[in-house]
Ligand binder design. Structure first.
Ligand code: SF4
Ligand code: SF4
Length: 435
């Protein structure tokens, strides 16, 4: 066992209202500059939907800069020197500006200097790239318009599937929000794919950064990151990404997105992990075993053997203390309610999610039954408004059991607290059901 420390985040999706405060405050702090107008280090996606950049989850489409070696490590695709150079120069699989969205602003001239007329004048949206009226056809969160947006549906198999569903059973449509930042992965493919050695993972806290002096603008990191969380600044010609607000972290402040989150849903903290288990966990073949293997790299910060090894490996005493006070290990390994986003990418993401709870859909109106009560939910977990299959596709490579485990605990806790607040007697059957 070799112990290292990692800054990580758990987001509770049950509480996200899609207000974008996190995105806007992050943008103000980090990407409020020319060259990165289209860039959102923090974005909040509408689910189901295309994501940002659109279709980034279609790994076959974007498979570009990296391959997984037999020991689970990731490295730059292509073999010999010449082949490698050819890959670097062509860098074939990158999203273009329309996949992010065309940045635009308003032409207020139309509003302020419009001649008198019968209609109220409006400011005209103009492209920040061309200065002309924007021809934008898609943008992040346009999939909010699930009910009638044939434009987005025609483009996306998931939404097409949804639209069939809409036609059949309109009341069973669903949506929720998924905030995303760089995952600061334990096995980062952006680092593996950078030919210049500019991308690096800090050894002290695992934050993944770009050395702006070393970056040569190859953009292999952009195609290499399966989460598409590295961006190209077309003014400086360098790659940029979420820094996990390291200047704030270093002085004991939370990231801007965590501090300003309206839902208070971002839990930020240190975890201790066994660096010797990373390659093993990343190379697990059977996708059903991936989640447990990835959970297994985390170490219990209260275990005396772990504490002794952490000290021997040079982890400072106050960091061990911080890991013990952090909620991350508890949410991931102890309570087992947090799940990783796309563990099958095998980069070992370090932003985990508590899946959103939703009511049972076929509770008969007027029956007096409560669609959100744990007892109802335990009996009909396969009939939740947000289907478990969909959540499993996001968080467990399709395995529904861990999603059910997490949702049952959330529902149990909610019902228990409701009983407590109403002064009702504690229902032991709830505790017994969630273990
Ligand atoms: Fe790198 Fe992408 Fe992982 Fe962030 S999410 S560390 S950019 S591979
Ligand atoms: Fe969701 Fe919080 Fe961001 Fe609002 S600020 S969109 S609640 S993560």
């Amino acid at each position: 066992m070799r112990v290292m420390a990692q800054m990580s985040m758990v987001m509770n999706l049950d509480k996200c209202i899609g207000c974008h405060t996190c995105s806007v405050t992050c943008k103000q702090a980090w990407t409020n500059r020319s060259g990165v107008e289209y860039v959102w280090f923090n974005n909040v996606e509408t689910r189901p939907g295309l994501g940002y950049p659109r279709r980034y989850e279609d790994q076959e489409e974007w498979k570009g800069g990296w391959v997984r070696t037999r020991n689970g490590r990731l490295k730059l695709k292509a073999g010999g020197k010449l082949k490698k150079l050819a890959t670097i120069f062509s860098n074939p699989k990158m999203p273009d500006i329309q996949d992010y969205y065309e940045p635009w602003t308003y032409d207020y001239d139309m509003l302020l200097n419009a001649p008198a007329g019968e209609q109220t004048p409006v400011a005209r949206p103009v492209s920040l790239l061309t200065g002309e009226p924007t021809k934008i056809t898609w943008s992040a969160n346009w999939d909010d318009d699930l009910g009638g947006s044939t434009a987005t549906m025609a483009d996306d198999p998931i939404l097409q599937h949804m639209s069939e569903h809409v036609a059949e059973e309109f009341e069973q449509t669903f949506m929720f929000y998924l905030p995303r930042i760089c995952e600061h992965c334990l096995n980062p493919s952006c680092v593996a794919s950078c030919p210049s050695g500019a991308m690096y993972k800090r050894s002290e806290d695992g934050i993944v950064l770009v050395d702006q002096d070393k970056c040569r603008g190859w953009r292999m990191c952009v195609s290499g990151c399966p989460y598409k969380k590295v961006y190209f600044n077309h003014k400086t010609g360098k790659a940029e990404k979420c820094t996990l607000c390291y200047p704030r972290i270093e002085v004991g402040l939370p990231t801007v997105c965590s501090e300003t989150c309206v839902g208070r849903l971002r839990y930020l903290g240190l975890v201790l992990y066994d660096v010797d288990k990373v390659a093993e966990a990343a190379s697990v073949e059977d996708e059903h075993d991936l989640l447990e293997a990835q959970r297994d790299v985390f170490l219990d910060p209260h275990d005396p053997a772990v504490i002794a090894q952490a000290r021997a490996d040079g982890i400072p005493e106050d960091w061990i203390d911080a890991a013990q006070r952090s909620p991350i290990h508890r949410l991931i390994s102890e309570y087992r309610v947090a799940l990783p986003l796309h563990p099958e990418y095998r980069t070992m993401p370090m932003v985990w999610y508590i899946p959103p709870l939703s009511p049972v859909v076929d509770v008969v109106a007027g029956s007096g039954a409560d669609g959100e009560d744990a007892r109802t939910l335990f009996a009909a977990i396969d009939k939740l408004r947000i289907p478990m299959e969909y959540l499993a596709g996001l968080f467990t490579a399709g395995d529904m059991e861990p999603v059910a485990e997490s949702l049952k605990k959330l529902a149990g806790m909610r019902s228990y607290m409701r009983d407590v607040n109403l002064g009702a007697e504690r229902d032991e059957s709830i505790a017994a059901s969630i273990g």
